[in-house]
Ligand binder design. Structure first.
Ligand SMILES: Cc1cc2nc3c(=O)[nH]c(=O)nc-3n(C[C@H](O)[C@H](O)[C@H](O)COP(=O)(O)O)c2cc1C
Length: 210
């Protein structure tokens, strides 16, 4: 059951550097993120999969030395578009038309509406909107990792400008949003592994309106 796996997962603090996540599991975790819904279907972010140890060591330095980045076998970097441009919006609308094999007036009017709305806004507002979409894929990747019984640590504790620099993201019109190291827990060295998972009670979290 998914809920059992979500109870099993935790923000792993220590990973076993002798273990490697199999590629088929990594592929399914990435596929879950690719299938994530996004506002208007724009998918305004990409995922960079870093296995290179030297680059991961540099990213670790930019992330307060968090060890999971190098102890895990793969590091996923979620990077959002730095802005919405007409080219980016058009390329997604064109892809939909190409893949579905037809054009539709309502859809084309929606394209015009977005073209009139997003590109004139300031880049920071657009980046923040894109970053919110990246978080949805991030959440699905965290869930998929748990489903695959792969450990993962969601991370915001890093210097995004430094990570952008290390990976050359700004040149590609991208800005790093979150990190997700993947690996396997090293239970003997992890202070968090046996601590109770703490969440607010359902009554304090869910309001039912009948
Ligand atoms: C967006 C986000 C950013 C986080 N950043 C970090 C981080 O930089 N380092 C870390 O060790 N944990 C980080 N966490 C993990 C949270 O502290 C953790 O998910 C939360 O305390 C709940 O615990 P659990 O995930 O073990 O159930 C982050 C979690 C999220 C969702």
């Amino acid at each position: 059951m998914l809920i059992d796996k979500l109870n099993w997962r935790y923000a792993t603090k220590k990973m076993d550097s002798s273990k490697t996540v199999p590629e088929d599991k990594v592929e399914r975790i990435l596929e879950a993120a690719r299938l994530a819904p996004t506002s208007s279907g724009l998918q305004p972010y990409e995922i960079i999969v870093v296995t290179n140890p030297d680059i991961r060591a540099r990213i670790q330095e930019a992330a307060n030395g968090q060890a999971q980045i190098t102890e895990g076998s793969h590091l996923l970097v979620f990077a959002a578009w730095d802005n919405y441009t007409p080219e980016r919006i058009n390329s997604m609308f064109d892809l939909v038309n190409e893949e579905r094999g037809f054009t539709n007036e309502g859809w084309e009017n929606y394209r015009k509406m977005l073209l009139g709305l997003y590109p004139p806004r300031d880049a920071q507002t657009n980046y923040e909107h894109a970053a919110r979409q990246a978080y949805i894929g991030f959440g699905l990747a965290i869930t998929a990792a748990a489903f695959e019984e792969v450990d993962a640590t969601p991370m915001e504790g890093f210097n995004p400008e430094a990570v952008d620099e290390i990976l050359g993201l700004r040149e590609r019109g991208l800005r790093s949003v979150t990190l997700l190291p993947l690996g396997y827990r090293e239970s003997s060295g992890d202070w968090l592994v046996n601590l109770k998972k703490v969440r607010r009670a359902k009554e304090d979290f869910v309001t039912e309106v009948h």
